[in-house]
Design a protein around this ligand. Structure first.
Ligand code: DOR
Length: 441
């Protein structure tokens, strides 16, 4: 089966231009003759063709917490959002902290996931051998501060050993546990959702990020800082990059999430626990600095940290309300809307949501409209206006903190491995994605 997508404005790695592309045997072919034979022709005049997104931070709750989400519903949300590959976090039940648990998750995904998948292995203070033996994983996730679940590696000796003795890339949730505990005590546990940002404050994020950067630099270990939330962390990263002789020498990369770009402490009044996240949302000043960091390449990646909980769970009073919000099906539209508002270039969005995560996690054949890469594609209509509605959400949790937001710029078709998995209305629930492979191990 050969599909020709013609007349789309294609966002290639080096340039954006109107071109025709072919999908053949699940792969992308560039430069086909204008009338290359095809079984199916998609006229994409006026639309933009992007490489499928790679969301390198999602929580799909499978196994163990599947009343919130599972690999099928989470991947369904991905397909509708233009995300063709996800990398999922280890704080499931059981946790993904052994090679056996990792392989079980991969088996689950093989039978349930509509799009492509990979899973991190989680660090504990005792599982060094598992971290050394794991191969079918993009890398190691460390919770340097605790979040949902019980994964925490706060002990300095344990952290030193992980950075010294393992070889896979590491990513970390950086919030300093001691600072969080101290703030929690001062605020007597916290009474309102707004206290969440006082407990998990700027200092907590900055102290932990500094600590992790120090480990990465001393052990020369590739390290990715998840969900940067403060201006100070951007400044640290900026200074780190400025000290390098070559940009490509970077050991340390970072990412930002839409909720840290779009929400700040002023939103607690309207949205309460719906914007309760770890790391917490910060101030308008932080929003501005994160946008600048993203635009000036201090921050490499946009990922969602999609972390669904049921609305009932979220509606509990603070501090019983759990931290986390679903976003994977809306992240691209939120960023396309920002492109339309002139806040960021489309090419920068494509790099941050597809090429950069594929590069950082060494994913084979993903992250670009490149000849012979996997035909993981998303066609977007930059002029389409749609409103995010809780009832329309594909995620099992059926709510979004952006409920009611009208956005301009939406995915209208998603292909995964050359197969159409979203046609603008429906997700093909029968399609199954593939396990990602790596170019570094
Ligand atoms: O708010 C959060 N919730 N942040 C995380 O890092 C974990 C996530 C979850 O799993 O619920």
């Amino acid at each position: 089966m050969i599909t020709r997508i013609q007349n789309a404005t294609c966002v290639f790695p080096e340039q954006t231009l109107v071109a025709n592309v072919l999908i053949r045997d699940g792969k992308l072919e560039l430069d086909p003759a204008v009338h290359a034979p095809a079984d199916e022709i998609i006229d994409a005049t006026g639309l933009h063709l992007l490489p499928g997104l790679v969301d390198d931070q999602v929580h799909f709750r499978d196994p163990g917490l599947t009343h919130k989400e599972d690999l099928h519903t989470g991947s369904r949300a991905c397909a509708a959002g233009g995300v063709t590959t996800f990398l999922e976090m280890p704080n499931t039940n059981p946790t993904t902290t052994s090679v056996e648990a990792l392989h079980q998750k991969l088996e689950l995904a093989k039978s349930k996931s509509i799009v492509n998948y990979g899973f991190y292995i989680g660090a504990t203070c005792e599982n060094l051998e598992e971290l050394k033996n794991a191969t079918r994983t993009p890398g190691i996730k460390i919770f340097i501060g605790s979040s949902t679940g019980n994964l925490l590696v706060d002990d300095q000796d344990a952290l030193e050993r992980i950075f010294a003795e393992t070889t896979l890339p590491i990513c970390a949730h950086c919030e300093d546990e001691a600072t969080v505990r101290k703030n929690r005590e001062i605020l007597q546990g916290g009474k309102t959702h707004a206290d969440h940002s006082r407990i998990r404050d700027h200092e907590a994020a900055v102290v932990a990020t500094k600590r992790a950067m120090d480990l990465s630099l001393r052990y020369r270990h590739q390290f990715h800082i998840l969900h940067v939330s403060t201006a100070e962390e951007c400044d640290l990263l900026y200074a780190y990059q400025a000290g390098l002789s070559q940009f490509s020498d970077r050991l340390i990369t970072s990412e930002v999430c839409p909720h840290h770009l779009f929400f700040n402490v002023d939103d607690y009044e309207r949205l309460g626990s719906l914007v309760q996240m770890n790391p917490s949302i910060k101030t308008r000043h932080d929003n501005d600095r994160l946008w600048r960091g993203l635009n000036e390449l201090t921050i490499d990646v946009i990922a969602t940290d999609h972390a669904p909980h049921t609305l009932e769970e979220k509606q509990q009073p603070y501090p019983q309300s759990p931290s986390g919000l679903p976003a994977v099906e809306n992240s691209l539209a939120l960023m396309l809307n920002a492109v339309n508002e002139g806040r960021i270039l489309l090419e920068r969005v494509v790099d941050a949501m597809s090429a950069a995560p594929a590069r950082i996690w060494h994913l084979a054949n993903k992250g670009g409209l490149i000849h012979n890469y996997d035909a993981d594609l998303v066609l977007v209509d930059m002029n389409l206006k749609k409103t995010i509605r809780n009832a329309d959400q594909q995620t099992k949790s059926k709510w979004s903190p952006w409920d009611g937001a009208e956005l301009t710029g939406w995915p209208v078709k998603t292909w995964c491995g050359g197969k159409l998995v979203y046609d603008g209305q429906q997700v093909d629930e029968n399609h199954r994605g593939r396990e990602v492979t790596f170019t570094n191990h």
